[in-house]
Design a protein around this ligand. Sequence first.
Ligand SMILES: Cc1cc2nc3c(=O)[nH]c(=O)nc-3n(C[C@H](O)[C@H](O)[C@H](O)COP(=O)(O)O)c2cc1C
Length: 190
Amino acid sequence: MHELITGRWSARGYDPTATISTADLTEILQAGRWAATWGKVQPVRFIVGVRGDVTFTAMTELLTRGNKPWAPDAAALIMVCTTDNPDDAKAHDYGAVDLGLAVAQMSIQAQALGINTHPMAGFDTAGARARFALPEDSRAMVILAVGRLSDDPSTLSPEVRERDSAPRKRLPLNEIAFAETWGQAFAAQP
Ligand SMILES: Cc1cc2nc3c(=O)[nH]c(=O)nc-3n(C[C@H](O)[C@H](O)[C@H](O)COP(=O)(O)O)c2cc1C
């Protein structure tokens, strides 16, 4: 696999003093902008906060209890929104697919810039709608934390340190990649 993929992970131990340049942030947003999109609809929208500004602060206030202790140390928070039209099932479903693709591309672009990303669904989506005046046909699904890892782990809380050092795991490929029929493992290279 490409090292940008193997190297990507969702960290929590960000350096609360580190910053991200507007140029880097713009590249990350461009990577999201250029993701594949169903029917060329392009439903994905970004709300961008840089640590210290009002947008960033408003987003930190929306975070759930699990995300509040670490995500405010990110250098930027990007709220990623997509279409929400319950009367159009395809637009609804593929709007979410488009958003996932955009977030994936943004994460890899950030990785290429030496920047970590951590997607979060743990925030008050109704509060986000109200605070950022989302139109009715849009929904906020992810806040992407964009940060630089702390180079002094001793400054991190024991909980963050423990979670960041836990081994990352995935289901084995033979349990998730099938051929011929569901459940029959694709003969991947051992
Ligand atoms: C849609 C989505 C929502 C997530 N929400 C949260 C969240 O609210 N808080 C959090 O700490 N991690 C969240 N994560 C990160 C996952 O926990 C993480 O991706 C998973 O543990 C795998 O770890 P890795 O990204 O390092 O491979 C979310 C990931 C995705 C894709």
